[in-house]
Design a protein. Structure first.
Length: 185
């Protein structure tokens, strides 16, 4: 996927979503002083109790379960022609990270193609287990690499960045594998 295609996809996603309360068209919301925020807050805006919301520990457990679920899942990785001949995985570079596109089924891949405006032709896939992408393929890549799962799907898309706990420490950007250990994004 070229940079122009990626930018076009981002633009289409922004147009579909429309501006929200914290997002306007290419403008940054104005920062307000704390006292102004507190004065404007209504009693309905009061923080919810811990019993009504998911705690940080519960969120982390949910994320860990999702990662373990991905590791045990078989995914489809689209194959594309390479410049030097042969075929390779469909990837996109964004934010200093190369993202391998993977899909849970052919319908999710078709949704991605539709979002790109690509023709609905035959596509070749490699069937790969999630653990193999995270533990074998990503460490073998030159530079930071993550997995973009079901990109183009309505709400099912997930990014698995190259960080410790998702990929091996040797391939994790936050473990110092790529310089200072700082995140490229």
């Amino acid at each position: 996927m070229s940079w122009d295609e990626w930018e076009q996809l981002k633009k289409q996603a922004a147009e579909r979503g429309g501006p929200g309360p914290d997002r306007t068209n290419d403008t940054v919301p104005r920062a307000r002083p704390v006292d102004e925020v507190l004065e404007a807050r209504s009693p309905d805006d009061a923080p919810e109790t811990e019993t009504e919301t998911e705690t940080a520990a519960q969120r982390m457990d949910r994320i860990r379960n999702a990662i373990h679920g991905f590791r045990d899942t078989t995914v489809l990785v689209p194959l594309v022609p390479l410049d030097g001949g042969g075929r390779g995985f469909l990837t996109a570079d964004f934010g200093g990270v190369r993202w391998i596109h993977a899909f849970t089924d052919e319908l999710a891949a078709a949704a991605f193609d539709a979002a790109r405006g690509a023709a609905h032709g035959r596509r070749d896939f490699m069937v790969v287990r999630g653990w193999r992408l995270l533990d074998v393929v990503i460490p073998a890549m030159a530079g930071p690499c993550g997995v973009a799962l079901d990109v183009g799907s309505d709400d099912d898309g997930v990014l698995l960045p190259p960080v410790a706990g998702i990929v091996p420490d040797a391939a994790a950007v936050d473990s110092g594998a790529y310089g200072s250990g700082g995140q490229p994004w």
